[in-house]
Design a protein around this ligand. Structure first.
Ligand code: NAP
Length: 240
């Protein structure tokens, strides 16, 4: 069994599942975080059928008890964690900013903003036991204040308040953790996968999940002299 352990949230499908696959291909034991046991176990089986090492971890990001229980379970089984990919996210906006509902705003922030903080806090003691802990927060260029203010941006028209602002907040959360951990080996970065065909956008995105997972995997496996506290896509830095 590999002693390199990676946990990916929302890993039962989409970019998360592909991130898990690519990390497993690099020799990691991947822990498939999923809120539904059946969906999670199915993803684990798919990876094991490919000869990869994967286990299911129950993680419902809207239920903090599952986050704390998952950390205890990972500690009992593996004693440490090398990679945490805060990948799970929701896109629920279906209105102009002036009409965004309280439910959409609260649900989006619960999953995209509060949960990555709770998950990172819960797993930090285990990441500190790794020689090279890495945290990747899966953000979006839609959360870039610079890009959303640029009238020539391809995404200028994507004016969705809840999702975009949740990813801006995730970017600041990335900077905050990176600063706190700057004197440790742990690196914390935000990445954008690009516009990827997944269930989140009814498979409208032009990029494949294989392409979308590239940045998450690269920043999950950074060398010791790699950056921390940045925001990147597969081509390099993204404007804040
Ligand atoms: P996806 O196919 O819809 O997958 C989202 C994953 O998150 C699913 O596994 C889903 O689980 C999980 N999830 C959602 N809410 C959860 C909760 N409360 N607890 C546990 N798991 C939860 O979406 P995706 O496109 O792969 O998105 C992955 C990440 O990339 C997200 O953070 C998204 O914002 C980001 N992103 C995507 C794009 C894109 O173009 N696709 C672009 C930029 C950024 P269930 O199956 O149980 O719902």
């Amino acid at each position: 069994m590999s002693d390199k352990i990676a946990l990916i949230t929302g890993a039962n499908k989409g970019i998360g599942l592909e991130t898990a696959r690519q990390l497993a291909q690099k020799g990691y034991m991947v822990l498939i975080g999923a809120r539904d046991q059946e969906r999670g176990e199915k993803a684990v089986q798919a990876l094991c059928d490919e000869g990869l090492q994967a286990r299911f971890v129950l993680l419902d990001l809207n239920d903090k008890a599952t986050i704390d229980a998952a950390a205890q379970s990972v500690e009992a089984q593996f004693s440490h964690l090398d990679v945490l990919v805060n990948n799970a996210g929701v896109f629920q906006d279906d209105s102009a900013p002036s009409e965004v509902s309280e439910k959409v705003l609260r649900d989006t922030y619960a999953t995209n903003v509060f949960a990555p903080v709770f998950v990172t806090q819960a797993f930090l003691p285990l990441l500190k036991k790794s020689q090279a802990g890495r945290v990747v927060n899966v953000s979006s260029t839609l959360g870039s204040l610079g890009d959303q203010s640029d009238t020539s941006s391809d995404f200028y028209g994507a004016n969705v308040l809840a999702y975009n602002s949740s990813k801006s907040a995730l970017n600041m959360i990335t900077v905050s953790f990176a600063k706190e951990l700057r004197d440790t080996p742990i690196k914390v970065n935000a990445v954008c996968p690009g516009y990827v065909a997944t269930d989140a956008n009814n498979h409208q995105g032009p990029r494949t999940v294989q392409q979308g997972a590239t940045a998450s995997v690269r920043y999950a496996t950074l060398p010791d002299d790699g950056p921390s506290g940045g925001f990147f896509d597969e081509d390099g830095p993204v404007a804040w």
